[in-house]
Design a protein around this ligand. Structure first.
Ligand code: MIC
Ligand code: SF4
Length: 649
């Protein structure tokens, strides 16, 4: 039996376990990335692990999320990250260099390798034929220390692409179509492996748009083969020596197949507040628009800015629209500048923002009250872009540009016809500008590097081992698809506290119930009850660690998102799933529950007692026996410490 692309790369990276469906796999990690919003915690954890030097081929720390620097806190974080990188052997990408995923794709990602990143959109690098996975900071810290990354062997879905995209339909529409079909839970426990004759028509940045936003399906990662298109990308980056061809064998097997005829797609839009609420743009055409934002790791490549400039050149953004552009990298700025595209945007009235995540994560450029904001980003969760009344719609650069001109949501094909615009064609040049001077290489004298810690960088919190019996109140009951943006909001107000768990914990569940932190503390902790896909979205481990420090002992849900589930284990919160979904309905906020943690054994069902209602529920935990040991110890760092003590290591 032949192998698919995923099996070929996994096969060369198995450190523990076997490539069998559902089996637990330890994966050797070649590269890691962290960024400034999750990276300070990852670095504190790396320091706690106590290794002198990163053990990977390449580890990069990016400064891209928290660039507002309204006071000393963000710059202190950046300085800390730079010092840790210098001392322990990471490359530091300084502020201004660009968004981690775009820059990694340009300068470091390579076909056939593995990448683990403390950011859920790490799978962007799947566009180059790399297995790239998002994880919590602690898992990335462990990978930097040379530990294999553990995951359940995912199911492999073939996404068979045929045909070619029609004018003014783009890669964003491909992934919105995938989301329309499988939804925000449809990829959980799966890999989306793209292939087929249509794949050859997509450049690496277009492929990366698709693999990036595969994260929104819950997929472990998405990947394209490594072919001539990949070689072309590596050549323009001056990295052709890193090319290897990786194609699925003709007789490779898949768990299931999704077929997409690229020529059948049309411009799509995802409506508030989930990326799978997808409809054709023409159905909502005419919706008045207040804001348009170009950028984010999904759509900030040179191709995307040129596609926007194709519409905007020589025209003016509608007066009712506030338009902004955050380029993906300095390479994009320089190339966009050389081609006049930046000037085209600025002349049209687009605000030029810096090369960073910026508006995508609510770091400025929030929508007005009840405002409609069209963004080329990947997520439109409630409150994510600054406040909860702003309505964010996810679109392609073509739809964003056409709508910016029209002042209403506009199908770019219609505007192109009205204006007599030629189709936009993107062709990579022979070479792109490469400016690596804002990467700081590790210090040749690590012993001499002093790590500077600002006053906002709090020590890693002490987590106690859990008692044999967990007892407490249901502090909050929430519904399906609760995201990490609900649990632990980001944005300009909260992001500066990413290095300070006691402070950031005051904002847990702020958009859902701002009384949560005080109630949790007053009750001495307790439980959270959630619906399906609890914890979808980002990799931020703060969404587990901060509730843990407020005393949350267990989360009972219908199902969990992959990264958040791992983060709960890492910080000693027990994830529990209902055997009978009706038990979710019967549970009320304020009910007092208890369960025995000491006797839990992996797969076996167990009883959770509802003391308030005098009932019992049969439940299971979706984690393995070893994870239960970690939870009992109060988290992975405690557990590793205990193991060291036992072995005398
Ligand atoms: C996001 O897009 O939600 C983020 C901000 O990039 C997060 C990481 C974080 O919370 O710092 C992610 O995607 O993992
Ligand atoms: Fe940054 Fe937005 Fe991408 Fe997250 S999704 S890495 S916040 S650009």
């Amino acid at each position: 039996m032949g192998k698919n692309v995923t099996e070929k790369i996994l096969g060369t990276h198995v450190a523990e376990g076997e490539l069998k469906p559902g089996a637990r796999l330890g994966l050797k990690i070649d590269q890691t990335l962290i960024q400034d919003a999750t990276g300070t915690m990852a670095c504190l954890e790396f320091e706690a692990i106590g290794i002198d030097r990163v053990q990977t081929e390449v580890s990069v720390t990016y400064t891209d999320h928290n660039l507002i620097q309204a006071d000393y806190r963000n710059p202190d974080d950046h300085r800390y990250l730079q010092d840790v990188a210098a001392k322990y052997g990471m490359i530091c990408s300084l502020a201004g260099n660009g968004i981690c995923h775009q820059v990694h794709l340009e300068r470091f990602a390579r076909p056939g390798g593995t990448l683990l990143g403390s950011d859920s959109h790490t799978p962007t690098a799947g566009g180059i034929g790399m297995i790239a996975i998002g994880a919590g900071g602690l898992d990335v810290a462990l990978a930097m220390a040379g530990e294999p990354f553990t995951l359940g062997m995912p199911k492999i879905v073939r996404v068979e692409l045929s045909g070619a995209l029609l004018p003014f339909v783009s890669a964003k529409d491909v992934i919105l179509e995938v989301l329309r079909r499988i939804g925000v839970k449809g990829g959980v426990g799966k890999v989306l492996e793209y292939g087929g004759p249509g794949a050859a028509s997509l450049s690496v940045p277009e492929r990366a748009t698709i693999t990036n936003m595969g994260a929104e399906t819950g997929a472990t990662f998405s990947i394209f083969p490594s072919d001539e298109v990949t070689l072309r990308w590596l050549k323009v980056q001056g990295r052709e020596s890193q090319w290897v061809e990786i194609a699925a064998d003709a007789d490779a097997a898949y768990d299931s197949t999704i077929e997409i005829d690229l020529a059948s797609l049309e411009p799509l839009v995802a409506c508030p507040f989930q990326p799978d609420k997808v409809v054709p743009v023409r159905e909502l055409a005419g919706l008045p628009v207040d804001q348009v934002m170009f950028g984010s790791c999904t759509n900030s490549s040179l191709r995307d800015i040129l596609a926007a400039a194709h519409f905007l050149k020589g025209r003016a953004v509608h007066p009712r629209v506030d338009a902004g552009f955050s380029p993906g990298s300095r390479q994009v700025i320089l190339e966009g500048n050389d081609r006049g595209a930046i000037a085209d945007l600025v002349r049209a009235g687009v605000r030029l923002l810096e090369a960073s995540c910026g508006p995508c994560i609510g770091m400025g450029f929030a929508p007005p009250t009840e405002g409609v904001s069209l963004r080329t980003i990947n997520r439109n969760f409630l409150g994510r872009c600054g406040h909860s009344t702003g309505k964010v719609y996810l679109v392609s650069p073509e739809v964003a540009a056409a709508s910016a001109l029209a002042g209403v949501l506009k199908d770019p094909r219609d505007l192109a016809a009205e204006l007599g615009l030629e189709p936009f064609v993107f062709d990579l040049p022979e070479r792109l500008v490469v400016e690596d001077n804002r990467f700081i290489m590790p210090s040749p004298a690590p012993g001499e590097v002093e790590i500077r810690r600002g006053p906002n960088i709090a020590p890693f919190p002490e987590l106690k081992a859990l008692p044999p019996e967990l007892e407490g109140t249901v502090l909050l009951k929430v519904g399906d698809d609760i995201t990490t943006d609900h649990i632990m909001p980001a944005g300009a107000k909260v992001l500066p506290f990413r290095s300070n768990i006691p402070e950031i914990s005051k904002y847990v569940f702020e958009v859902v119930d701002p009384t949560f932190p005080d109630r949790a503390k007053a009750a001495g902790g307790g439980f959270i009850v959630g619906g399906a896909n609890y914890g979808q979205g980002s990799s931020r481990e703060h969404a587990a660690l901060a509730p843990r420090t407020l005393g949350v002992k267990a989360v009972l849900a219908k199902s969990f998102a992959r990264i958040h589930l791992a983060n709960l284990v890492n910080f000693g919160i027990l994830p529990v799933v209902f055997e009978n979904p009706a038990d979710y309905d019967a549970l009320g906020q304020g009910d007092v529950l208890s369960l025995r943690l000491d006797t839990l054994a992996g797969e076996e069902p167990f009883v959770v007692t509802n003391r308030t209602k005098g009932t019992e529920m049969s439940c299971r935990t979706p984690v393995e026996a070893e994870d239960l040991e970690i939870i009992r110890a109060g988290g992975r760092l405690n557990w590793a410490g205990t193991k060291k003590g036992q072995t005398g290591a």
